[in-house]
Design a protein. Sequence first.
Length: 279
Amino acid sequence: MAMSMCSTQAWNILHHFPLKSPNHPVSLPFYKTHSDFSPLSTFPHLNNNSTPTHLSFKASSSSSSSSFSVRSAEYTEETATKEKFQTSLSLPGCSTSLSLLGTGYREKVFAIIGVKVYAAGLYVNPSILSTLSTWKGQSASEIQENSALFNLIFQAPLEKSLQIVLVRDIDGKTFWDALDDAISPRIKTATPVDETALSTFRSIFQGRSLKKGTLIFLTWLDPSKMLVCVSSDGIPSSVDATIESENVTSALFDVFFGDAPVSPSLKNSAANGLATMLK
């Protein structure tokens, strides 16, 4: 009887998908993905001896489970969600095409059931690699355990973008609340500039229904400026908002690639890709 009640309650939670609940603090789970795609197609300047890139993301407390990405010349499939990511894409506000570095998924656990919320892919301006020469020869684990390299990537005045693909319908306010719950604790003392940036960020999602398949792009142009694009019809052609606050933009980057990432699998995936490219 107890098991039946538990199952019914879990089903109700999954059906309504509230990312907030009294017993489960909001933190959007992310992805774990080891990718098989070769960096030679997305970073053509690399030498022909490069080996396949393995990518990964994280959203749960454990980083043991991982899913593999299937690659073609034009896209990489994140196999846990079956979502496809272009290996190269052009985005509004970017000076050049960005190349896919890693993919993954985010998962929220209700009771004992894991529910995938979205898939994600990290894209970077290929020129970023030229700023990371001191990391040549480092292993994926060394890169992942030391936040310095990801800090260099963030500080570089070159574009990087996180593409999020929703794999279920979700209310915009719920999505923002979960994101805000991850960002705000990373800002020690919010300034008026930070508050304005957060308000602008929030306004994009408030009162908006985000359907399965919706694409959200968070594109860092430099450490203090980030573009937000939301599209339900493929790669966006315009920008929904510009966020101008280094505290906010760096906090968001830290959410995914800091010492305690919400998606360990994404960071792990990116670390594997970087290790391969920097050999």
